[in-house]
Ligand binder design. Structure first.
Ligand SMILES: Cc1cc2nc3c(=O)[nH]c(=O)nc-3n(C[C@H](O)[C@H](O)[C@H](O)COP(=O)(O)OP(=O)(O)OC[C@H]3O[C@@H](n4cnc5c(N)ncnc54)[C@H](O)[C@@H]3O)c2cc1C
Length: 386
């Protein structure tokens, strides 16, 4: 069969894709790398860094140009998240939530009014957050207790959201609440809520194992009034907004996982060539070479699942199963690869002097957020057996 140029290999990137990936990687190296340890220790992202991310153009990748965004594809967002994660997965998740959850949901479900009020801000200077989970509603997200009651041309929202990424930095929040609990999940509705709205406060920040610089906060809504015009999608269709956005978003988490695994592997390759034991570089020992080779092979396989899911989404093809597989597998590979990389640094790997222990801690979140690994297996099995 001839080599058809219209079906390139999954890892073969178009010129604009290479340009974006390389410019993000360069930025991460120069502007993020020097601050990674400090941001991890203080569990904080500097404000200036967020401004720089807007200037770089990675905070509104898919936003159509008419709203001031990059007008690029979901795959571009995946490449940006991967490149940032190779240096700091905490910075990457800020960008990931902004693009693959918040902006994605607004582009897909927002009315013209919602799009024109929120997208230009998200493209230029405003961070977004996506608030579905609650203390009692995690994997079973639709068991949420948050309620919204219609009152004239407003809804009044009461409830608490937990674990909300970007809680400290965001000014625009997509908040899910149930307008008709008797209808079960068919009462769930998505609302655009702005910081500064009466009755809305951002609560405590979690002190976490990994991705420490990414804020994870509680949101408190007490008599929070939002105009009906701030409904995202339709009343009672919030469950669709949530499911479909998360189906896409989890490809971004797959990208975060392959990015951080690649970052850890790069450090391990350099270190094993330098570190000498028994009179030679430890990379000269076949056992070490095989550990690196195994890690690189698993990473390549995970990258293919992530790229394939993203390409399927951009092509308008079904991708739910592939997205669940990509997130599940990339999270597993990230845990294995960062673990072996840490071991290859020996005792030094166990200290904060080298960056691998952070990648090891950061990797664990991949099996938890945007659906735990069990939830991904459930989705895959459901589609296999239907
Ligand atoms: C750092 C961080 C950032 C987050 N960011 C956000 C965010 O921005 N927005 C947001 O809305 N949420 C966010 N979350 C919440 C996250 O999505 C939930 O933590 C996750 O969905 C799991 O819910 P849970 O913590 O309640 O665990 P649970 O649902 O209680 O799960 C506990 C364990 O039980 C297992 N389990 C549960 N049900 C089943 C079942 N039916 N079958 C098999 N196993 C099952 C799970 O796999 C898991 O191992 C974040 C969480 C963290 C830790």
């Amino acid at each position: 069969m001839s080599n058809d140029a219209s079906t390139p290999a999954l890892t073969q990137l178009a010129e604009d894709e290479i340009l974006l990936r390389d410019s993000v990687a360069e930025f991460a190296e120069a502007q993020i790398r020097p601050h990674v340890r400090e941001m991890d220790e203080h569990a904080k992202l500097p404000k200036e860094l967020i401004t720089q991310l807007f200037d770089l153009g990675v905070m509104g990748i898919e936003i159509p140009e008419q709203y001031g965004g990059g007008g690029a594809t979901f795959f571009h967002a995946v490449l940006a998240v991967e490149a940032l994660s190779a240096v700091d997965p905490s910075v990457a998740v800020l960008v990931d939530v902004q693009n693959t959850l918040v902006i994605n949901a607004i582009i897909r479900w927002g009315s013209d009014d919602v799009k024109s009020r929120f997208l230009p801000r998200l493209a230029s200077n405003t961070v977004g957050a996506y608030a579905l989970s609650e203390a009692g509603a995690g994997s079973d997200a639709f068991a949420m207790a948050a309620r919204a009651v219609a009152d004239g041309d407003q809804f009044v929202i009461d409830g608490r959201k937990l674990w909300i990424t970007n809680g400290n930095e965001a000014d625009i929040f997509i908040v899910f609440a149930n307008v008709n609990p008797d209808a079960g999940y068919r009462g769930i509705t998505a609302f655009m809520v702005e910081r500064g709205t009466g009755g809305f406060t951002v609560g405590a920040k979690e002190d976490k194992l990994g991705i420490r610089a990414s804020s994870t906060c509680e949101l408190i809504l007490e008599g929070c009034r939002v105009p009906k015009a701030n409904i995202l999608g339709e009343v009672g269709k919030g469950y669709k907004v949530a499911i479909e956005t998360l189906n896409e978003g989890r490809i971004g988490i797959g990208a975060q996982m392959i990015g951080l695994a690649g970052g850890a592997l790069g450090h391990a390759i350099r270190y094993t060539k330098e570190r000498k034991q028994f009179g030679k570089a430890i990379a000269d020992f076949q056992a070490v070479q095989f550990q690196l080779a195994q890690a690189a092979t698993e990473l390549e396989a995970a990258r293919l699942t992530v790229y394939n899911a993203a390409r399927l989404k951009d092509a308008g093809q079904p991708f739910t199963q592939q997205a669940a597989m990509a997130k599940l597998f990339a999270a597993q590979v990230a845990e294995r690869v960062t673990s072996v990389c840490l071991e290859l640094f020996g005792g030094y790997g166990y200290t904060k002097e080298y960056p691998v222990e952070k990648f090891y801690r950061d990797a664990k979140i991949g099996a938890i957020y945007e659906g735990t690994s069990n939830m991904q297996l459930q989705t895959i099995a459901k589609l296999l057996l239907k």
